[in-house]
Write a protein that binds this ligand. Structure first.
Ligand code: AMP
Ligand code: MG
Length: 351
């Protein structure tokens, strides 16, 4: 090799090294996108070195969320023919008649819901559809139902009459008029599915926020855990507590999310399926656990239970933690959250 060729080779090697080092230590960039889905604004932030990967991953994650949302959609679009209706619409329209074949993800949501219906002895129950419809929380004009109509709707609620055949992949509501409502499950389940899509695209640092259902992956861009605020249920501007989380979900069910006032009393969308009325023990319940689908089910379930019972229940589960703001404003949380929770001024911790 001549001296000149050797010199050119050395230069090329040096340039290659500089470029490789730059790629290696480049500060991670962010790709952020938002979409309105499942009645809420969903935002996905992904961090990494290659913008094209982030963009592709985030777009695929949104497509996955849309797919799950469609399965759970309780309102058939105008002109939708029966065969193309969502799994939930098809189950509901064949109540009392025929089992319906559903997709694997619909079955997974129903199996999860049924498990916690049984464990909570009916505090959680996705067959609340007839009650939800009567109260009108899904629409623009929710109203206080007449007692007779409430009793009639209540009679159509009962997880025991939801028959799931996992081998055949079918779901069946035994009595005509029964209705499934996956409002307490689908957002969390879709969030977790979207997170897995991000991971399959090689993304290992991300935050998905689906209107109070937060899922974080890996470390925050600043290093360490991600700070997730829990809002004060009585003041939209104030934060009651801040959580520091890594690879976890924090899902909140709150009485401020949907509701109306009548006769000086506020009525909200999380119902006690045993009475037909809004559950009154809590103002907000946040569940911290890894899986966002599980966290979504549990946040609604714990919201319905009395605080002592909810804390005891969560304490008996592995890696499930709870922050509970009672109807009286008192904040309580699982002791195991330790220094991962910081209560803010105005928060009233357990004495
Ligand atoms: P979340 O905001 O996750 O607590 O879910 C509330 C939604 O779940 C409501 O809008 C209803 O669609 C549905 N829902 C209300 N009460 C219950 C209940 N007790 N069990 C299961 N789902 C419920
Ligand atoms: Mg929920």
């Amino acid at each position: 090799m001549s001296g000149r060729t050797g010199y050119i080779c050395a230069c090329a090697l040096l340039i290659a090294l500089v470029v490789a080092t730059w790629f290696q230590f480049r500060v991670p960039g962010a790709y952020v996108s938002e979409e309105f889905l499942m009645d809420t604004l969903v935002s996905i932030k992904a961090y990494g070195k290659d913008e094209e990967t982030l963009k592709k991953g985030v777009h695929a994650a949104f497509a996955e969320m849309r797919r799950i949302a469609e399965l759970a959609d309780g309102f058939p679009g105008e002109g939708t023919d029966a065969a193309r209706a969502s799994d939930v619409c098809r189950i509901n329209s064949r109540a009392g008649k025929l089992p319906v074949r559903v997709q694997a993800d619909t079955m997974a949501m129903l199996v999860l819901a049924q498990r916690y219906s049984e464990l909570s002895r009916g505090a959680f129950d996705v067959t609340v559809g007839p009650l939800m419809e009567l109260w009108g929380f899904g629409g623009k004009t929710p109203r206080l139902p007449e007692p007779e109509r409430l009793s009639a709707a209540l009679a159509l609620v009962g997880n025991r009459d939801l028959v799931l055949d996992r081998e055949r992949g079918t779901a069946f509501l035994r009595r005509a008029g029964m209705k499934i409502d996956l409002g307490a499950v689908a957002k969390g389940y879709a969030t977790e599915s979207a997170l897995r899509v991000l991971q399959r695209h090689g993304i290992d640092q991300a935050l998905i926020d689906a209107g109070g259902n937060v899922r974080v992956l890996g470390l925050s861009p600043r290093g360490g855990g991600w700070s997730i605020g829990i809002r004060d249920p009585r003041n939209a501007e104030a934060v009651a507590a801040v959580l520091k989380l890594e690879d976890a979900s924090a899902v909140t069910s709150g009485d401020y999310q949907r509701g109306f006032e009548e006769g000086g009393k506020r009525y909200h969308h999380i119902l006690d399926p045993r009475t037909g009325y809004p559950a009154a023990h809590n103002a907000s319940v946040t569940v911290v656990t890894r899986d966002a689908g599980l966290a979504d089910v549990l946040s609604t379930m714990f919201f319905v239970l009395p605080p002592d019972r909810a804390l005891e229940f969560a304490g008996a589960m592995e890696r499930v933690e709870l922050v509970l703001i009672g109807a009286d404003g008192r904040i309580r949380h699982s002791a195991s959250l330790g220094d991962r929770i910081q209560l803010k001024a105005g928060g009233k911790p357990t004495p």
